[in-house]
Write a protein that binds this ligand. Structure first.
Ligand code: ADP
Length: 175
């Protein structure tokens, strides 16, 4: 599995599956979530509502992942995952790594070969960017023997891309 870092808007990605940094309600929010629903159109929200009415009556738990249609996006699926809110008092990093591992497992179950991830929890949920990248790489490598060939980490701006590049280079993971 190759990991590539790119800068830009995740809703412009042409991949099999786009991962959404959702919230537990699955009913939309700001940041990546807002952009995905705006550009993907109402079909995504419709499936999210159906999930809330069935499997996830109490919402999608933090660290879990579930797929829907990608609507009008250039992808077949959106995989919704809920990152933890950063806490200085409590180590929630297993949950953040779980978002990447669970999303990758869902992608594999769907037969996706290319998957785009945002830097989960690093926006409204305030996770420090550098550590968010560390957790992302660890989470991706927690999910072994994946059929996914390419993971694209989509960093929203050049500064975040530079941080991610530095972390990836310093990490034990090779491209
Ligand atoms: P969370 O609530 O999990 O923190 P956010 O959507 O607020 O999720 O932010 C996650 C990261 O995604 C942040 O680094 C933010 O700058 C970035 N981001 C926001 N919009 C986009 C987008 N359209 N494409 C890619 N990254 C985005």
């Amino acid at each position: 599995m190759r990991i590539e870092l790119v800068t830009g808007d995740i809703t412009a990605e042409q991949v099999d599956a786009i991962v959404n940094a959702a919230n537990s309600s699955l009913l939309g929010g700001g940041g990546v979530d807002g952009a995905i629903h705006r550009k993907g159109g109402p079909a995504i929200l419709e499936e999210c509502r159906a999930l809330r009415a069935s499997r996830y009556g109490r919402g999608l738990p933090v660290g879990q992942a579930v797929a829907t249609t990608a609507g009008r996006l250039c992808a077949r699926w959106v995989i919704h995952t809920v990152g933890p809110v950063f806490s200085a008092d409590e180590d929630r990093s297993p949950l953040l790594r779980g978002c990447y591992a669970r999303s990758l497992a869902v992608a594999e179950g769907l037969g996706a070969r290319t998957v785009a991830f945002p830097l989960i929890s690093s926006g409204v949920y305030r996770w420090p960017k550098e550590d968010a990248v560390v957790q992302a790489l660890a989470g991706l490598h927690d999910e072994p023997a994946t059929t996914v060939e390419q993971v694209r980490m989509v960093l929203f701006d050049a500064d975040t891309h530079a941080v991610a590049e530095r972390v990836l280079r310093a990490s034990e993971y090779t491209r």
